[in-house]
Design a protein around this ligand. Sequence first.
Ligand SMILES: *Cc1c(COP(=O)(O)O)cnc(C)c1O
Length: 370
Amino acid sequence: MKEKILLASPHMSKEGYEQEFVNEAFKTNWIAPLGPNVDNFEKELATLVGINHAAALVSGTSAIHLALKAAGVKDGDIVLCQSLTFSASANPIMYERAIPVFIDSDMDSWNMSPKHLEEALIKYPNAKAVVVVHLYGLPAKMDELVSICKKYNVALIEDAAESLGTTYKGKYTGTFGDYGIFSFNGNKIITTSGGGMLVSNYEERVQKVRFWATQARDKARHYQHSDIGFNYRMSNVVAGIGRGQLKVLNERVLKKREIYFMYKEAFKDIKEIEMMPLNDFGFSNCWLSSMTIKGAITPIDVIVALENENIEARPLWKPMHLQPFYEKFDYIGTDVSEKLFNTGLCLPSDTKMTKEQQQRVIDVIRGLFK
Ligand SMILES: *Cc1c(COP(=O)(O)O)cnc(C)c1O
């Protein structure tokens, strides 16, 4: 069996920064709960992306959940959500018993179509929140999306789980909306083994998020609760890994982009292949190099051919409006997200992958299009 090539996997710094912060937590016996690594991880990430406040949580999913709560989403409210995404963008809408309405993507950004968002807001003028995703690290069309959300007075939540390090017109994704969320799951551009962050410029809302995330304990000597709580706070050990990983974020982004451009160059003469769109309005972290193909060879053919060589690849996210669980909800758009799903796939984009290993991936794919 040939050496396995992964889609994306955890990549700790060669300097051992993560270990140092974790050791510090052990030495001071500050394992949990909270502690200086958590406070500093929040501050360091907020400074890096240019936002005032951040709350470190156990996952990106929990961050979306509390962002919805912070935006005031309640039982029966409408939440407009990008359809082409991972299910974790939408599931927290259900946790709050709100009603998702799915929105199509644009072919040139792969993310939420401003036109269809406006259509949805005309149909659902009382929608409480909009969840926009920056898929695979590609920035969504934020100028248009932000101004539509302002016009209809609806809260904007950016699911930047895949796009830490991506900018749109020079500003970091995750900082355009009322709330932004990041994920540090094992396959993301940086990882804490598992974790997430909610960011916002609303100080009092972020404090509320920290309150909800630590079981909603009122200030009292006994255990007093005037609200429902969650056990969603990041631990001081995990935050130590995050602080170390933040130091190499830039390095990881550059490597991800190098991987993307090596694929782009390698496939430029194959007319059936089109790499995911990098637009002039943004700088993508290229989290997963993805492509669409047309003609007789299908994404599944490519995935199977790679699998036979012990190389991991995946279809694009299956749109939420086509998921058995979500198909009963409304969908605004045409067939763009469905087309992307039917024609697209994600290629190995592991930052530990060598050029030689990437060449193996390229050779298999080029072999199919001979
Ligand atoms: C990974 C991911 C999430 C969820 O993050 P977790 O930390 O795994 O909970 C949410 N949305 C998108 C688009 C993701 O890729």
